[in-house]
Write a protein that binds this ligand. Structure first.
Ligand code: R5P
Length: 378
């Protein structure tokens, strides 16, 4: 591995324990102002020093992150579709390598949509990005995106992760699922787990713990940190699992302690703020004795008065549209009558002998060097 590539990777996956804590704030690239991430600068500021790396878009990096930070940036370079558009999977590469280098990115990130209409486009783009990035020693993180129609089970995620690795991705970000060990074992490069929708803090810590235990090198967590009432407390608790080998109970206790301190501090700062206007004498109304200004527009002719209303006879193009156009409203469900192509396919692996059956266990190359965290008390 080239020095530059190895160096950049070591900033993301820490060599001390082979683990990674990435904070995801790239959601706006297709969701716009996501709840509690409306002001990225405010959100990122207090969290930046607690994560190993930050995953974001170039717009947020330039506008909302101090250039003096030492935290490495994982730059999302794909996009193109929005949550209200026709198809979320229609993504392309939106950032040039030159701009990524200008932004001093430590890695590039893009999504692939395996099993979707734009599977081919996104997988080929990943291959191209890896080739281009390799020229500059830039690692690529592939995100296995999941859509409404795409599954989130071990069979699907193993397929998507393996495909990403085969295209040359250096790290794969995916979702946690049942039998996650299988996903990790069949992916030859390190896996990082996305947090997903906001869930109770303890559950998010459990997800982090389970992911690491199953062999993931870490998490790339977003909403479960910054949509928490206490984001700093939450990221510290996640960190305790990722880098401190804490179990879920210990990490959750830490969260509760830090959250309660945070609440007290907020209360205190609210209570201590003197009402700055309380003792101020009433300001005299400076306009009180001023003579009334004549209304300078009073006698001006209304220049629009006799102009024809140019829109008067234009059809109202939005007349029947609701605020959010449901572009799929009258579209036939294209899959509705499609036969399930897998339905009658024989399971090709069913009768295959298990080639690994008598092989000795290989050490998991992705497994952390440090001792495994002890299982959580149920
Ligand atoms: C999704 O594709 C985005 O890239 C997010 O970075 C990813 O989902 C992780 O964020 P969260 O933990 O909120 O799911």
């Amino acid at each position: 591995m080239d020095w530059g590539l190895e160096n950049r990777l070591s900033r993301i996956i820490k060599p001390q324990d082979n683990r990674a804590l990435m904070l995801a704030v790239d959601h706006g690239y297709f969701l716009g102002p996501t709840e509690k991430l409306e002001n990225p600068k405010k959100v990122i500021g207090p969290l930046l020093k607690h994560c190993d790396s930050l995953m974001l878009t170039r717009g947020v990096q330039r506008s909302s992150v101090s250039a003096t930070t030492e935290t490495p940036m994982v730059l999302r370079v794909s996009g193109g579709s929005s949550i209200i558009g026709d198809d979320l999977s229609q993504e392309d590469i939106t950032v040039s390598i030159e701009d990524a280098i200008r932004l001093n990115a430590s890695a590039l990130a893009m999504s692939i949509f395996v099993g979707s209409k734009y599977e081919y486009q996104t997988v080929v783009n990943l291959g191209k990005l890896v080739s281009e990035a390799a020229k500059y020693g830039l690692p690529v993180l592939a995100v296995t995106a999941v859509g409404k129609e795409l599954g989130k089970d071990a069979r699907y995620l193993s397929l998507a992760c393996r495909m990403a690795a085969e295209q040359g991705a250096h790290i794969v970000k995916t979702y946690y699922c049942e039998n996650f060990e299988k996903v990790v074992q069949s992916c030859p490069v390190p896996i990082i787990v996305a947090g997903g929708k906001k869930i109770p803090e303890r559950d998010a810590l459990q997800l982090t713990y389970n992911s690491i235990k199953a062999g993931a090198v870490g998490v790339d967590i977003g909403r479960n940190v910054w949509q928490s009432e206490h984001p700093v407390a939450m990221i510290k608790a996640v960190r305790a699992i990722v880098h401190g080998n804490s179990n879920v109970d210990k990490a959750f206790k830490l969260y509760q302690k830090l959250a309660s301190e945070d609440s007290k501090n907020t209360q205190k700062s609210k209570g201590n703020k003197p009402n700055q206007n309380k003792n101020k004498p009433n300001k005299p109304n400076q306009n009180k004795n001023k003579p009334n200004k004549p209304n300078q527009n009073k006698n001006k002719p209304n220049q629009n008065k006799n102009k024809p209303n140019q829109n008067k006879n234009k059809p109202n193009q939005n007349k029947n549209k609701s605020n959010k156009p449901n572009q799929n409203k009258n579209k036939p469900n294209q899959n509705k009558n499609k036969p399930n192509q897998n339905k009658n396919k024989p399971n090709q692996n069913k009768n295959k002998p298990n080639q690994n059956k008598n092989k000795p266990n290989k050490p998991n190359q992705n497994k952390p060097n440090t001792p495994k965290p002890t299982p959580a008390k149920k």
